[in-house]
Design a protein around this ligand. Structure first.
Ligand code: 0WD
Ligand code: CA
Length: 387
């Protein structure tokens, strides 16, 4: 059924050097995944880290910000400060899983302890998780059955029994990024400016709309959870938390901030439900972030309204849309993809990468690469984790 021989053109499109043709593929057709919702355990925060204005790693929450609810009829001009008060992260620098790996090394004893008690005796580099990845990579998997425009490539390496999953930028994505228009660049800034208007550095502080927007800065949560047969450890960037010290424990106190074009027509509303809410839901559902605050803006980047969405209510909200997305399809596809990865990635070797590729209207396929540019586990990690 789901596992089938690959079609010829998919296999042929994979880079040749040192690769072995794939033997199996996985379907991404939605109809295959319409079954009961799989087990998805409540995500538990096991730690966090911060990246400063120069992208330096800290094993703490120094970059965590606090949400300040906008006043009625806020006056947010999202283009303010562009481009003079903007420091943009260099997205040509590929960081792969490096920050997560630094976090793992710094918190290894804590991690090993948390699972050792409950499971089989552990060996030296046994983290007690099946998968390590970024939340953003899992979001892409969740939305795959509904994606019609952008494909993806995920590199997977097995080390000490754990499968590390790191995205590889596709040629199309690189072209889009490098050809990104001035208008698009400015619109990307709008999202970060909205964060600046709504977040304070201290629980009782005020937002500083006059400051510099620096996208090197980040606060990331690290969560542990389980999807069906797969234990997961992943990290995701979190915009801010509830400023009330009595708010529930992380991740329940976290908020995701978004900007989106204001909705003026039924067609725009339908598109918002069908496409944007799918991405928003998938991204926040994964780490258990319960609320999404959306700033709706006009074409000039002026915020016209602010609305809060409960992540758990989004799937209800969209049920009236014809042919709409279903959370169960997203989660079942992700679960089956992870099973597929487990069955394919057998060799435990940091120098071997299994590259999984998907393009819209195709099946997922893979190729194997030994000692190539796809290798992504750095020596500083491999040597410390295996000793
Ligand atoms: O190298 C890569 N392929 C990626 C690196 C892809 C995605 C993210 N990243 C980096 C980010 O810079 C950040 O440090 O990983 C960390 C975040 O990972 P994530 O939470 O797993 O990523 P995702 O859920 O896709 O994005 C969360 C937020 C975004 O919020 P919005 O509201 O736009 O979804 O991380 C930020 C952004 O604020 N973000 C980025 N910031 C700078 N450069 C980028 C990027 N390329 N991608 C996402
Ligand atoms: Ca955001």
């Amino acid at each position: 059924r789901k596992l089938s021989r690959p079609s010829q053109d998919v296999t042929a499109s994979i880079p040749a050097a040192g690769s072995i043709p794939s033997l199996q593929t996985l379907s991404a057709r939605r109809q295959m995944y319409e079954r009961d919702f799989p087990l998805y355990k409540q995500p538990v925060e096991v730690g966090c880290f911060s990246l400063d204005s120069e992208r330096r790693f800290y094993n703490d929450d120094r970059q965590l910000r606090y949400y300040v609810e906008p006043e009625r009829g806020p006056n947010f001009k999202l283009s303010d400060g562009y481009p003079d008060r903007y420091v943009k992260r260099d997205d040509g620098v590929k960081e792969r899983l490096d920050h997560i790996l630094k976090w793992i090394l710094a918190n290894r004893s804590k991690l090993e302890m948390s699972h050792a008690a409950a499971t089989r005796p552990s060996t030296a580099c046994d983290l007690g998780v099946d998968f390590v990845t970024w939340r953003g990579h899992l979001t892409k998997l969740l939305t795959t059955p509904y994606e019609t425009r952008e494909g993806w490539m995920l590199a997977v390496t097995r080390l000490g029994g754990t499968l590390y999953v790191s995205e590889v930028e596709t040629e199309a994505a690189r072209r889009d990024r490098e050809a990104s228009s001035a208008r698009h660049q400015e619109m990307m800034y709008w999202g970060y400016k909205f964060e600046q208007y709504t977040c304070a550095a201290e629980p009782r502080g005020r937002p500083d709309a006059g400051g510099v927007v620096n996208t090197n800065e980040a606060f990331c949560t690290v969560v542990r959870t389980r999807l069906a047969a797969h234990s997961l450890l992943f990290s995701g960037e979190v915009d801010c938390r509830d400023r009330d010290p009595e708010a529930p424990l992380a991740p329940a106190c976290y908020l995701e901030l978004k900007t989106s074009a204001e909705i003026c027509t039924p067609k725009q509303r339908s598109n918002f439900h069908r496409f944007k809410l799918l991405k928003w839901w998938a991204q926040s559902f994964l780490p258990g972030v319960p609320r999404i605050v959306a700033g709706f803006r006009d074409d000039d980047g002026v915020v016209v309204s602010v609305e809060t969405f409960q992540t758990s209510k989004i799937s209800q909200l969209i049920k009236n849309e014809h042919n709409c997305w279903k959370p169960t399809v997203c989660m079942n596809f992700c679960s089956d993809f992870l099973s597929f990865v487990k069955s394919v990635v057998r060799e435990d070797n940091p120098r071997v990468v299994y590259l999984f590729s998907w393009e819209p209207h195709r099946d997922v396929s893979y190729s194997v690469h030994r000692d190539t540019q796809y290798c992504f586990l750095p020596d500083w990690y491999v040597s410390r984790i295996t000793h």
